[in-house]
Design a protein around this ligand. Structure first.
Ligand code: PEP
Ligand code: MG
Length: 890
């Protein structure tokens, strides 16, 4: 019989941390903590397999589930000395989701389950605190109605607000037991009037309802969006954790909080967290009350007059510190913890690897390696390569004038400028129209995920460092200021005000997520310098990786940037980019429009010195590092004048009739230019062009070598080859140009001639091409385009739909399609190397900067990847991780 339910608690568990796929992250770690003997409220986990069953069988459960849940409930009863549904020995439970990958706040939770009109009295008697008991019951009705019965949360908030108003109370804590009883009566009436039936009183019915609701929450639009953004497969499903309730709201010796074992913003090694006295977990996350600091040190630093946990509950605090240390070394990683203190007794509700900024991730990885907790290889593998992008966030120029009108918490680093918007839909819509926006909310909720994604930065007026806005913004790498309490937001009027100043929707503000400042207008920014930890990780990565990392660059500025980021050469110089400035495009147009070879040569003679100068500078900057230059590739009409005005202008400059020019341009028109007269086809129809480029390359190489004293070995690359004879034809032109240049200058230089592999036919015939080609560079942009038969310029119109409908998991232009394009690459690599042992293999399509594609390149044994200069650090790290993992696998 399949086991669908796993118990934990009381110093033992049926699962463990490695059962994450089956038990979800939360369930697996609750089991692990129980096995470690930590104080975890007893409970059980319903596996992710039940979720899969639920969705593939028309929202029904496996037949054995009910019985297994019943048994598990009895087990929890034994561990707690209680019984579910029994008012004499009341057992209440929480029901929480817990997917394999953490999806903070995305799915539903129900607390205090098991309360009804009878058991609430038992809770009142047992706790000796009727106010607490009725408050718990009304919270339960509200949460259950929202999550399970589908009634809007606001229906109940209205009742609460009315009651508060009637009594003139400011906060919920002023309610008496009798007040709460009245609220409960109204809540129940509201359920009846909305749904036509009573609020469910039967605990078992409540439990099954809640379990179903948690499973269903896997498919809510916000969860679906979150998974799409984080590439979490739909098929994973969530587990459900049912656990004995412990109460952080049983008075002033009770509390609930969250903590990180190290600072998630800076990585500093100090316990970092927040808590609320007399509260349930939802209160901390909701950010309704401002939380207090855990430690005295943090309290002093924040200048808060609210006492720390260390001060007011020293015994519970001391146990917590001990447990936090234990968990951090057990998992060898910074942990994100949730805890509750019930009448002085500490309970652990969750541990997981904590989300962190990139800056913190680098510091923690380096520190932990230095502390001997992890190896250098593990440290390198701990950093998400894509997250290095976060380091490129601008910060406010220290000399800039700041017109500050509010401050909040520095919730997620970096600065951002944009127009104020007050809703997520508006943020998305404005972004779609090309505006940069700052999303301003009182607080954010998971419904705001699309708005946060669209915004440059997020500003909230409520909530702490662990509020939804702060956690999600850090995960996204977006600047965020949270809890800027002096700002009053008026959603209806579309304004916000602070310090007597009012700002309207659309006005520009700047937020500084590193200091918490909110500033009027746009402020000058500076690009950040990389930290010492970044350099350390990069150094370690460089020691570990096998593949070289080159950059795609053609301008001197890009080549310099590439080198400063650690590029070990240039893998692709697209020479066409050199022909677009005014002087050059005129000569280029003359060349294209010429009727005879002589006329073409005359135009090319003007371009030659310019090309030579370009290449000389690049060779000098690269100072002996390899440099791959590609011959002209794009369809020629890209260079031609388009509008009547342009045609007239060019005709005048060339001394020809506008009409003649127009006709020539028309004759070059193609239905499918990307499959047309481009690539090596240009060199075959206009050999003069390839001749000129090859000469410029050789003359430049000779010149640069003489200037710098470093030998230059140019690598000349022929684009869009399909058949070996195309390559031979162009190679002969290049070899002839080399001979001429060397004879003229009286020097010998080495050079390589190779080809792009960017058409399926070339990949299939790589062995034949390799007889003459000395290197292959996989042009995976064109290779993806031609393998799929999808236009790389127009695909976005349907690829998004493809992803949403699950036809494809990832955009093949972003992440290499291993099952199709990858098969061609593997075949071409094997056959290329079989024909020529020393064959150099690289990749220069966009995939060369994508971490998972880089891992594939490692598995094929490519010699290098080449990517845009700003992705070079990402590629260095990803290549090191791929090498480490390959070593582990092999
Ligand atoms: C490619 O096709 O992958 C490539 C690098 O060339 P381009 O993008 O210039 O066509
Ligand atoms: Mg290409």
């Amino acid at each position: 019989m399949t086991k669908w339910v796993y118990c934990f608690g009381d110093g033992k568990a049926e699962g463990r941390a490695s059962d994450r796929n089956l038990l979800g992250g939360k369930g697996a770690n609750l089991a692990e903590m129980s096995n470690l003997g930590l104080p975890v409220p007893p409970g059980f986990t319903i596996t992710t397999e039940v979720c899969t069953h639920y969705f593939t069988n028309g929202h029904t459960y496996p037949p054995e589930l009910r019985e297994q849940v019943g048994e598990a409930l009895k087990e929890v009863g034994r561990a707690t000395g209680r019984r579910f549904g029994d008012p004499a020995r009341l057992l209440l439970v929480s029901v929480r989701s817990g997917a394999r990958a953490s999806m903070p706040g995305m799915m539903d939770t129900v607390l205090n389950l098991g309360l009804n009109d009878v058991t609430v009295e038992a809770l009142a008697a047992e706790s000796g605190d009727p106010r607490f008991a009725y408050d718990s019951y009304r919270r339960f009705i509200q949460m259950y109605s929202d999550v399970v019965l589908g009634l809007d949360h606001d229906l109940f908030e209205e009742i609460l607000a009315d009651e508060k108003g009637r009594h003139g109370y400011d906060v919920d804590t002023e309610f008496s037991a009798a007040d709460w009883r009245r609220v409960i009566a109204q809540y129940k009436e509201r359920v009846e009037s909305e749904l036509g039936h009573h609020f469910p009183q039967e605990p078992e019915e409540q439990l099954l309802g809640a379990i179903g609701a948690v499973f269903s929450s896997w498919m809510t639009p916000r969860a679906v969006t979150y998974r799409r953004l984080h590439e979490i497969p739909e098929s994973w499903g969530t587990a459900v954790n049912v656990q004995a309730m412990v109460f952080g709201n049983m008075g002033d010796d009770s509390a609930t909080g969250v903590a990180f074992t190290r600072n998630p913003s800076t990585g500093e090694k100090s316990l970092y967290g927040e808590f609320l006295v007399n509260a349930q977990g939802e209160d901390v996350v909701a950010g309704i009350r401002t939380p207090q600091n855990l430690t005295e040190a943090a309290r002093l630093e924040a200048g808060s007059d609210q006492p720390s946990l260390e001060k007011i509950m020293p015994a519970a605090f001391a146990s917590f510190v001990e447990i936090a240390d234990k968990l951090e070394s057990h998992y060898s990683d910074m942990q994100d913890l949730e805890f509750t203190i019930e009448r002085g007794k500490l309970w652990m509700l969750q541990t997981r690897s904590g989300k962190r900024t990139t800056k913190a991730a680098l510091k923690i990885a380096v520190d932990m390696a230095n502390e001997g907790l992890i190896t250098r290889g593990e440290a390198v593998c701990r950093i998400d390569p894509a997250s290095l992008d976060q380091l490129l966030h601008p910060t406010i120029d220290p000399n800039a004038k700041r017109d500050m009108f509010a401050t909040g918490l520095p919730a997620s680093p970096g600065a951002a400028t944009g127009e104020i918007v007050f809703s997520s839909d508006e943020a998305e819509e404005m972004k779609g129209r090309g505006h940069k926006v700052i999303l301003v909310r009182v607080e954010t909720s998971p419904e705001d995920i699309h708005g946060m994604h669209a915004a440059e930065g997020i500003l909230t007026t409520r909530g702490g460092m662990t509020s939804h806005a702060a956690v999600v913004a850090r995960g996204m790498g977006k600047p965020c200021v949270s809890g800027a309490g002096t700002i009053q937001v008026d959603y209806r009027a579309g304004t916000m005000s602070a310090l007597g100043r009012t700002f309207e929707r659309g006005e520009v503000i700047t937020i500084d997520g590193s200091t918490g400042q909110v500033l009027n207008g746009a402020v000058p920014m500076t690009q950040p310098a990389f930290s010492g930890d970044f350099s350390t990780i990069m150094e370690w990565a460089d020691e570990l990786r096998r593949m070289k990392v080159r950059a795609n660059a053609e301008t001197p500025a890009d080549a310099r940037t590439a080198r400063s980021f650690g590029a070990e050469g240039i893998g692709l110089s697209r020479t066409e980019h050199m022909f677009f400035d005014e002087e050059r495009i005129a000569a280029m147009r003359e060349m294209i429009l010429a009727d005879t070879s002589e006329e073409r040569r005359a135009a090319l003679a003007k371009l030659l010195p310019m090309q030579r100068a370009d290449f000389t500078e690049l060779f000098e900057i690269m100072a002996g590092l390899p440099l791959t230059i590609r011959l002209l590739d794009p369809p020629l009409h890209e260079f031609l004048p388009k509008t009547e005005e342009e045609i007239a202008e060019v005709a005048a400059a060339m001394g020809v009739e506008a009409e003649q020019l127009r006709q020539r341009a028309e004759s070059l028109y193609e239905f499918n230019p990307m499959l047309g007269h481009r690539g090596c086809r240009l060199a075959i129809t206009y050999p003069e062009m390839a001749e000129m480029q090859a000469r410029a390359i050789f003359e430049a190489a000779i010149e640069a070598a003489q200037k710098t004293g470093a030998p230059v070995v140019p690598e000349i690359m022929v684009p869009l080859v399909a058949v070996a004879s195309e390559f031979s034809f162009v190679k002969a032109i290049i070899d002839a140009a080399a001979k001429e240049a060397m004879n003229e200058r009286g020097v010998e230089i080495e050079y390589l001639v190779g080809t792009m592999i960017e058409l399926p036919r070339a990949a299939l015939n790589a062995g034949e091409i390799a007889k003459e080609a000395e290197f292959f560079s996989f042009g995976t942009n064109d290779l993806t385009q031609t393998t799929f038969g999808i236009s790389r310029d127009d695909a976005s119109s349907f690829l998004d739909v493809y992803r949403q409908k699950g036809i494809i998991e990832r955009d093949p232009f972003v992440t290499l399609d291993e099952d199709g394009v990858g098969v061609l690459i593997r075949l071409a690599s094997d056959n290329g190397r079989a024909a020529r042992e020393a064959m150099k293999l690289g990749i220069c399509g966009e995939h060369g900067g994508d971490p998972s594609s880089i891992a594939f390149c490692e598995s094929v044994g490519l010699d290098y990847v080449s990517c845009s200069p700003f992705r070079v650090p990402i590629a260095r790290l990803a290549a090191a991780q791929a090498a480490c993992r390959a070593r582990l696998d092999g």
